[in-house]
Write a new protein. Structure first.
Length: 270
C-alpha cells in the first residue's frame, strides 16, 4: 500500500477507544443516580435545597457525559476515526523505506502497529506495551488484531517498560510511538523515555514519535532538545508543535487539556 494514502483498518479488529466504554457506563450510571435523587428530593421528600444541589450536579455531569460520548464517537476507528488520522499523520512523517525491523513503543491495542505493517509490507514489526489493569488493552487483543489484518506472520508483541526497553542497543531500523511517553510512571524525566527509545534505534534508523511534546511542564524546551539530538550526531531531526491544530487533524472540541492539547511530533533519522 502506498505511503501517504490513509490506511483503513478492518472493522473486525478491536482497537479500543481513548474514551473507554467502562468510563461511559460509570458516567451514565452517575447521571441516573443523580436524576433519581433529584426526583426523590423534589417530588417525594419535598426538600428544596438537596433537590437543587443534585439537580445542578445532574446538569453538569450530563453535559460532560454527552461531551465525552461525542469524543468517543470521534475517536472510534469505525466512525470519526480521529485516532486513525493521528496515526496516519505519524506514519506519513516516518522517513523509512520499510526494509528491516520496526518497534512500536506503547502499542496499546496495536492500531499503530497494524497501520505500519500495512504501510510497510516487507517490514518485521514488534509492538510492546505495559498493558496494566488501568488500560483496556491486552497482548492477546493485539495478536487477534494482527490475525484480522493478515499480518501476524511478521508482527509480534511483548510486554515491557518504555523506560527500560528489553532490547539491545541499535536493534531496530525504525521506531514509532503515539502518546505514550508522558504516561510512563517509571521515569520522572520524560525526556529519558525518549532517549531510551533512541538507544534501541540503529544509527541511520528512522523515527517518528508523537506525545505531549509542546507541554513545557513535561518536556521543557523542545527546540533545545532537538539541538541536543543534532549535537549527539543525529543526521536529521524535525519537530512540529501543537499538531492537533495542523490541517484540521483534530476537531476543535477535542483540543482541550483533558483530551488533546500541546501535542507534538519529532521525526527524522538517527
Amino acid at each position: 500500500m502506498m505511503k501517504g494514502k490513509k490506511i483503513i483498518l478492518s472493522k473486525e479488529g478491536n482497537y479500543g477507544n481513548w474514551v473507554p466504554a467502562n468510563m461511559m457506563k460509570l458516567m451514565w450510571a452517575g447521571d441516573i443516580v443523580l436524576a433519581v435523587l433529584t426526583i426523590v428530593f423534589a417530588a417525594v421528600l419535598k426538600v428544596a435545597v438537596p433537590a437543587w444541589i443534585t439537580g445542578v450536579l445532574l446538569v453538569i455531569l450530563l453535559a460532560y457525559t454527552l461531551y465525552m460520548w461525542r469524543c468517543r464517537e470521534a475517536f472510534d476507528f469505525n466512525k470519526g476515526d480521529v485516532m486513525g488520522d493521528v496515526h496516519q499523520y505519524l506514519v506519513n512523517h516516518l522517513p523509512w523505506d520499510g526494509k528491516g525491523k520496526l518497534l512500536d513503543i506503547g502499542c496499546g491495542a496495536g492500531a499503530l502497529t497494524m497501520r505500519c505493517a500495512l504501510t510497510y509490507p516487507e517490514a518485521e514489526l514488534t509492538g510492546m506495551d505495559y498493558w496494566g489493569k488501568e488500560w483496556s488493552y491486552a497482548k492477546e487483543q493485539c495478536e487477534k488484531n494482527a490475525k484480522v489484518e493478515k499480518v501476524s506472520d511478521r508482527v509480534s508483541f511483548q510486554k515491557g517498560d518504555a523506560a527500560s526497553l528489553d532490547f539491545a542497543d541499535e536493534t531496530f531500523d525504525a521506531i514509532v510511538s503515539n502518546f505514550v511517553f508522558h504516561e510512563v510512571r517509571t521515569a520522572k524525566d520524560k525526556r529519558d523515555v525518549v532517549r531510551e527509545a533512541f538507544r534501541v534505534l540503529k544509527k541511520g534508523g528512522a523515527f517518528a514519535l508523537q506525545d505531549m511534546f509542546a507541554q513545557k511542564a513535561l518536556y521543557g524546551d523542545m527546540e533545545q532538545f532537538v539541538e541536543e539530538l543534532k549535537k549527539a550526531g543525529f543526521q536529521e531531526v524535525h519537530y512540529i508543535g501543537n499538531i492537533e491544530k495542523q490541517d484540521g487533524l483534530v476537531p476543535g472540541y477535542i483540543q482541550t487539556p483533558w483530551m488533546i492539547s500541546g501535542a507534538g511530533l519529532i521525526y527524522g533519522i538517527k
